[in-house]
Design a protein around this ligand. Structure first.
Ligand SMILES: [Fe+2]
Ligand SMILES: [Fe+2]
Length: 197
């Protein structure tokens, strides 16, 4: 089934802020662009980008209720920090509201916040695009990371994790272990790639 982009945008206008919508369009465009560079399907990447934050503004009770209804396993950190499950719930909304069935799109939506060891190329593209789209700013490290993302996707995933982890440490925020696992996985892939050069 074709995704009706205009219907998604109309839905988003009701459910997210104008600022968030700009971010979503940024992720959509950057996912398409990075997919082209890295040999993933640009149309699927753009769709995942458009849909990745559907549940961003759902209140935590709604996130928890939808996750439980769908039978998602919630560990204590997710229970305590329900905002983290907006990624899983966005994938549910994509399925239920917009009929999205493609497992690569659904996976990329689900993985956009914490990643997952072993995640496929489309997921890696959207994970990185979420952190690097133009509305995230133009600091020197972001500008450098945007260049890295075009040449070495695994390094960009690892550095994106590192940036998020530094932020979480600095602000005394809870760190979900899956982000650390994603980081270590990407680091191993990055090293393997460098070793074979
Ligand atoms: Fe998000
Ligand atoms: Fe996002």
């Amino acid at each position: 089934m074709e995704l009706d982009r205009e219907r998604v945008i109309a839905w988003l206008k009701e459910e997210v802020s104008a600022e968030r919508l700009a971010h979503i369009f940024g992720v959509e465009a950057m996912s398409r662009e990075l997919a082209l560079v890295h040999g993933a399907d640009p149309e699927l990447a753009a769709q995942a980008g458009l849909l990745h934050d559907l549940a961003k503004f759902f209140p935590k009770e709604r996130l928890l209720k939808l996750a439980r209804q769908a039978g998602l396993t919630l560990d204590p950190i997710l229970e305590a920090t329900p905002h983290l499950i907006h990624a899983d719930v966005s994938a549910l909304v994509a399925q239920q509201e917009f009929g999205v069935k493609n497992p690569k799109i659904l996976g990329a939506i689900r993985h956009h916040t914490l990643g997952e060891p072993g995640m496929g190329k489309l997921s890696r593209v959207v994970f990185v695009a979420d952190a690097l789209e133009p509305n995230r700013g133009d600091s020197p490290d972001l500008t450098a990371l945007r260049q890295t993302a075009r040449v070495n996707l695994d390094r960009a995933v690892r550095q994106t994790c590192d940036r998020t982890l530094s932020y979480l440490l600095k602000h005394q925020k809870t760190i979900h272990p899956r982000l650390v696992e994603t980081r270590n996985w990407a680091l191993q892939r990055e090293r393997k790639e460098t070793d074979t050069l």
